[in-house]
Design a protein around this ligand. Structure first.
Ligand code: AMP
Ligand code: GLY
Length: 424
């Protein structure tokens, strides 16, 4: 089977490595992939947003199955376009991907169907938004409507910060057109949990839970990033919570999308906050999380491609999705200065990793035989072990002794909060 994977980050590397385990797979193409992915797939220089380029390549190269991993091509209708050429895909169509593509849509969906989330108001008029802010309690959370590269969320501690945030989004267009509509919502508190799920519109199967570390600095300080590391499972997400989420959030969301005529098939990501008032949805993503995928997929015991194809064929209910009873920790190694500005072009060396450890490359390019840094998040080092403590220890051991590049930066405390929670 010839497989095409759209995307070129650590998430796509994790997906490709797992798909490769299926003996029927003869060839994997990554569009565009990256220098590290090139070790596991044929990388083709077609951008993930180049929908015409992607579909033309798929049709010309006899692709049997495609996985569209990033949010942009999903929202742009990459799955629709590939399906129109008769190529089966993993990932939602554009109609369903709007669950991530528009925060206004997702908030209104939750309100309409009684799915627990932060209380909110939406605005397309700046004066009205400012009037509301003048009376709203702080801290308050302001979100740009569109994708905004995952950065369109501002948590304002004071009214003044809130006003500035509204002006920067709606007047100065800090996040581009996604600032045309904004959501202002209640500030929630509690541990955050990421739950990725497989769904074919009939069944929803949650994967093992995980915990992201979004801030750049240790002790969860500094700027928000795409994610500096992850652990799975998330110790805060116990069986009772999982059951409550299934009943009040996961199934109702799948059914709500069906009722709206937007059946979601693919990986539906639930970003949850476990508040004193019960679990609430912080955000939906229409795709695998990054770097959550780098801890979730290494723990998947079942064959990923089989599960993905079952989602496409709406046969998820008959398909086994099994996870190992183990723990994983992924430490992201970034370029110093990420997420603001950073130098690139340093050579990456990866030595002999421990047997339980893998590297997923996110921002690197090949120059001859050399692998050079080319992005903010450069790679993730994931270790799988019997206990969380060991997984953390092994991941860091490999980060420190087996992987190196100039200007490397990583957090030293990935998993520490989970470790403390697990010991309660
Ligand atoms: P998002 O891009 O929606 O995931 O938001 C980024 C981060 O902002 C989340 O992971 C949370 O840590 C935080 N956040 C978003 N919405 C809220 C909220 N209503 N209350 C508190 N924190 C929030
Ligand atoms: N790690 C969060 C995300 O993928 O959006």
């Amino acid at each position: 089977m010839k497989i095409l994977v759209v995307g070129g980050g650590g998430r796509e590397h994790a997906i490709i490595k797992k798909i490769k385990e299926n003996p029927q797979v003869t060839e994997i193409y990554a569009l565009p992939g990256n220098g590290g992915i090139a070790a596991d797939a044929t990388c083709v220089d077609i951008g993930a947003k180049d929908i015409d380029g992607i579909t033309a390549f798929a049709a010309e190269n006899g692709i049997d199955y495609a996985v569209v991993a990033p949010d942009d091509p999903l929202v742009l209708g990459c799955v629709d376009a590939l399906n129109a050429k008769g190529i089966p895909c993993f990932g939602p169509d554009a109609k369903a991907a709007v669950i991530e593509g528009s925060k206004v849509f997702s908030k209104d969906l939750m309100k309409k169907y009684g799915i627990p989330t932060a209380a909110y108001e939406t605005f397309d008029d700046m004066e009205k938004a400012l009037e509301y802010i003048a009376k709203a309690p702080v801290p308050t959370v302001i979100k740009a409507d569109g994708l905004a590269l995952g950065k369109g969320v501002i948590i304002a501690q004071t009214r003044q910060e809130a006003e500035e945030a509204v002006i920067s989004m709606m007047q100065d267009r800090k996040f581009g057109a996604s600032g045309e509509h904004i959501v202002i919502e209640e500030f929630l508190e509690g541990p955050e949990v990421s739950v990725l799920s497989f769904t074919d519109g009939k069944t929803v199967v949650p994967m093992i839970s995980s915990m992201d570390h979004k801030r750049a600095g240790e002790g969860d300080t500094g700027l928000n990033t795409g994610g500096m590391g992850t652990v799975a499972p998330n110790p805060y997400y116990d069986e009772a919570t999982a059951k409550e989420c299934m009943e009040k959030i996961f199934i109702p969301t799948m059914e709500a999308m069906n009722k709206e005529g937007r059946t979601f098939k693919g990986c539906l990501y639930f970003g949850l906050m476990l508040t004193d008032d019960g679990p609430k949805v912080i955000e939906y993503n229409c795709r695998f999380g990054d770097p959550e995928t780098q801890v979730v997929l290494p723990l998947l015991e079942s064959d990923l491609l089989t599960v993905m194809m079952a989602v496409t064929d709406e046969k998820l209910a008959e398909t086994e999705v099994k996870f190992m009873d183990k723990n994983a920790c992924c430490v992201v190694m970034a370029s110093e200065g990420y997420p603001v500005s950073y130098e690139k072009g340093y050579e990456i060396t990866i030595g002999q990793l421990s047997d339980n450890t893998e590297v997923f490359v996110a921002g690197a390019k090949l120059e001859g035989e050399k692998l050079l840094t080319s992005g903010g998040r450069v790679l993730g080092v994931t270790a799988v072990s019997g206990t969380l403590e060991e997984a953390i220890e092994d991941a860091y051991e490999n980060v420190k002794t087996n992987v190196s590049f100039g200007n490397a930066y990583y957090r030293n405390d990935i998993g520490q909060r989970a470790l403390k929670a697990g010991r309660r």
